[in-house]
Design a protein around this ligand. Sequence first.
Ligand code: FE2
Length: 387
Amino acid sequence: MEQDEFSLRKFVAPEFIFGNDARKLVARYAKNFGARKVLLVTDPGVLAAGWTDDVITTLKEAGFDYAVYSSVTSNPKVNEVEAGAHFYQREGCNAIVAVGGGSPMDCAKGIGIVSANKRDVREFEGVDKVELSMPPLICVPTTAGSSADVSQFAIITDADRRVKYAIISKMIVPDVALIDPVTTTSMPSELTADTALDALCHAIEAFVSTAHSPITDLFALQAIRLVSSNLLPTLEAPDNRNFRGRMMLASLEAGLAFSNTSLGLIHAMAHSLGGLLDAPHGECNALLLPYIIDFNFDAVPDRYMLIGEAMGLSTMGMAPDDMRSALHSKITFFRESAGITHTLARLGVTKSDIPELALKALNDPCIFTNPRQPTIKDIEAIYEKAL
Ligand SMILES: [Fe+2]
């Protein structure tokens, strides 16, 4: 159902600096925040690319003590957050710097709230469950997709329950994001495509969210335009800093939008898949996206028309049903052109997994702002189509 045009909305965003070499400003902000010893949260891939070393150099030059925690896998786990929080304590740190994609940043958020609240990270699942604010957190994102550096979200995997769960709270918005497109030049093409499709899904879900606003609409639509027109050129010229910059800008804008609107059925279903398979998040989103557009379209057809236009479709005189199938085809073609050609079955999902997947998706908080509320049967049918 469409909302009133001016329903009450708030917009939360951290301070951020965007541009080439922003990563080199970490020490300046660490000083502003009164840091004494910094916990650097990163992962082995980002360490190997050299981005963490760049940050360490600036910290050393400014005389900061630091400790590096890099035991973070893709889809960060409860035990990785716990081990990181113990390490933070043991090393006597009083500030956190995350350098990496969504996984190190989400893990850093978990470490921050566990350290401040002295509670199990599983107790923060859901909306507004964090009481005490975390230590200062500086984020340097190195992928163009997760937007954890500006968002109120952290996604943690509880391997025991085989669940990826969301922590949604204003308390986990970082204190500053230093958004440096140069760091994305080391991303391989698969990661570039996966993270870009994640950003596209953030923007689309934000634009059709029941909590959207005129401000989030601006960011969401522009992010859709940027991803649509720059992903393929970026894959062809991965060292081109202007293309990389536009993809990073798209990620930022999509993040500012979805952090304030929440998400929808794509993310609810992708989190459920991620809990089962430990599969790349952006790829899960991308495989579900066309089918969820089919499901949601009639709830907000005008909004999907605008999404189609932002992706370059000519919608003049087109009937809604034609628009729906044109958008479905456009998105499928787009993701396949970016190299995402799997199906859920090829990722390892079987028909017998679907009832459990659907139940978990139905319980994911991202589902609340989807423009059409699905039944469990609806969700099962969407998984089957994407199989
Ligand atoms: Fe996402």
